[in-house]
Design a protein around this ligand. Structure first.
Ligand SMILES: [Zn+2]
Ligand SMILES: [Zn+2]
Length: 272
């Protein structure tokens, strides 16, 4: 059984709907022994630059207190999900911001995610107006590859192919055209000792696969990658550790024997 949820949000994130206490309560009720809160930091978010930021001092003050108060029930880790950017006119500033943030605050765990590119969020239809389904996904994966090669300080790549959730329904994506850049991403992760997050968030949105998909997780394994984490990306208490059972089965089927949970940005390995 997977005993930790390593990707979760609270009301410190603009889109989070559970107070930290409610999320912890849910984690304990689900039998987890470790829990990691990873609220959003998206410096220079395109639509509203302040929309995905939290006050790191307040965050640490609150979560460090909770860690003590809940110590006998669950082991709380304090993490963050940072939004990486590859646009030439913003990337230097974004890199500096995260370097300073990670230097100044002792996060246990940092997820590096690509949310925005081309000065927009592909969640919005405008991203897809000038691109086919395949082009939109390809452009995202290229941005992600650049980010994974050029940012430091994060321990895993968050939801590698989650752009697939946002492809408009009437568009086709030719998966064979994505293989080369996907391989380049996986090889970069292995070379840089960055873990691969298996994000189960899509499963509760009626999307048929985790992000990344089983095929990509299997390819990572085939290339020699073994460092994986599992996270629900819960934004509500009821979503903590959702669909972990079927995800564990999928990962065991590929051959994975253990998953990682970080403390002090160092992985602890746990058998399924
Ligand atoms: Zn994310
Ligand atoms: Zn998230």
């Amino acid at each position: 059984m997977i005993l930790a949820d390593t990707h979760t949000h609270t009301t410190f994130s603009t889109d989070g709907h559970g107070e930290p206490e409610a999320m912890l309560q849910s984690a304990v009720a689900r039998g987890l022994s470790m829990y990691c809160i990873t609220d959003h930091m998206d410096w220079l978010f395109p639509m509203d630059p302040t929309s995905f930021l939290f006050d790191a001092k307040k965050y640490f003050a609150k979560l460090a207190k909770l860690r003590e108060a809940w110590r006998d029930r669950i082991d709380l880790r304090i993490g963050v999900e940072i939004g990486l950017r590859d646009e030439e006119d913003v990337r230097d500033e974004v890199r500096q911001y995260y370097d300073e943030l990670l230097r100044n605050f002792p996060f246990d765990y940092v997820i590096g995610s690509t949310h925005c590119l081309c000065h927009t969020d592909p969640y919005y239809p405008e991203y897809w107006q000038t691109r086919t389904g395949t082009e939109g996904v390809l452009r995202y994966l290229e941005a992600e590859l650049w980010n994974l090669e050029n940012y430091d300080g994060f321990q895993v790549c968050g939801h590698l192919d989650y752009i697939l959730r946002y492809v408009p329904k009437n568009r086709r994506v030719q998966k064979t055209k994505l293989a080369e850049v996907t391989d380049a991403i996986l090889r970069t992760l292995i070379r840089r000792d960055i873990g691969l997050e298996i994000n189960t968030g899509a499963l509760r949105r009626n999307y048929p696969e985790t992000n990344p998909s089983e095929a990509i997780a299997a390819r990572y394994y085939e290339l020699g990658g073994r460092l994986i984490t599992v996270g629900s990306d819960a934004h509500y208490p009821e979503h903590v550790a959702a669909n972990f059972d079927r995800t564990e089965e999928m990962l065991r089927g590929i051959g994975f024997k253990e998953y990682a949970v970080f403390a002090g940005r160092t992985p602890g390995l746990y058998k399924f």
